[in-house]
Design a protein around this ligand. Sequence first.
Ligand SMILES: *Cc1c(COP(=O)(O)O)cnc(C)c1O
Ligand SMILES: [Zn+2]
Length: 417
Amino acid sequence: MALWMFRRGVVLRCVNCGEIYEPDPFLFKCRKCGSLLEVLVPVEGVSWSSFRGRGVWRYRPLLPVSDDVKPVTMGEGGTPLIRCENIEAWLRDRYGVAPRVYVKFEGANPTGSFKDRGMTVIASIARSLRVKLVAAASTGNTASSAAAYTARAGLKMVLVLPKGKVAKGKLGQSILYGATIIEVDGSFDDAMKAVQDAVEASKGGIYPFNSFNPWRLEGQKTIAFEIAEEIGVPDFVIVPVGNGGNISAIWKGFNELHKAGLIDKLPRMVGVQAEGAAPLATAFEKGLDKPLFVDKPETVATAIRIGRPVNWMKALRAVKESGGLFTKVSDDEILSAMRMLASMEGVGAEPAGASSLAGLLKLVEDGTIGNNDTVVLVATGHALKDPDAMLRASTKMLHASSSSEAAKLLLEMAEKS
Ligand SMILES: *Cc1c(COP(=O)(O)O)cnc(C)c1O
Ligand SMILES: [Zn+2]
């Protein structure tokens, strides 16, 4: 087996029954109960001064791969944490409440979403394993990121995408990076089932880059490390939720810092889902401990248009353990939050990425988030990913039939300003 690849002390644990396994990169389900696995990394001896360099690999002492693994990297991570004073002022005017608001702008990653943090870790593992074929189902960003990192690693990549349902920027990236694409008639959940079935039947012949692969989430937990290192532990971290991998990864990251003694409190995790694709938020509202799967998920936020989240158990646990909550937002609220973030702060997030701001507005309005709270909104992906969504915003647009007429219009505006 590939034990040399993993740091000493790393094990896999079933999220449901707790069974422990050796770190096997091809094991994705518990042999006893069939549930997903999580990676446990030893934290003993890790201190803030253990971290060197920047980006995801700065936190190598808390990543599960051994020092013998050569990273497939493009400097992912190390994204800006942006204080949003204009939005704070707007909240104060409107609700009389002034939390401190930051955006963690994951659109600044090499392919424009947080997925790069996970892909750098599994592409490094996959290259070390010399796997023959990599596969991933995607609503778009996993595809863009997996295509880029496998290209860099010299691995063969096949993407399974729901036909006609991937935002243009994401599809364009996947084509540009040269991945093979299977477009399936159906939803993301159908694409995901295809990958899971084929991976299982191939007995190691296909390596999956989806988030049921727990090694990917190890890269994504660095979002928590960066936040804590820069501003300490916020009261709330608000995360858009599709498959539920990212919110659980961020929660895991905070817990590892806590266990290592590097932080002394934990944030409350808030998961945001779109009304038309809210299997977890609806279940949470009803007090259930299982998701209410949605057969035909619909939302303008294509990155979270997911009806059967594979990581549902991890996501629910993250929210419950942290004393957090799930909330639902409408497509109008998402698009309005996208425009607000862009026009008030200059931060361009795709609809799913802006849904964290839509969630914040809900929670300020209902009093969950108040004056002394510090909130981090994870803006998961870049606005450029989804040109159609950007073009749905409106702005003042004038037409001039000649250069001189355009100059005249400019001068008129200067007089009025
Ligand atoms: C993947 C993705 C999500 C959802 O993350 P999960 O880990 O599937 O919950 C949200 N927003 C964007 C932009 C994404 O790319
Ligand atoms: Zn189990």
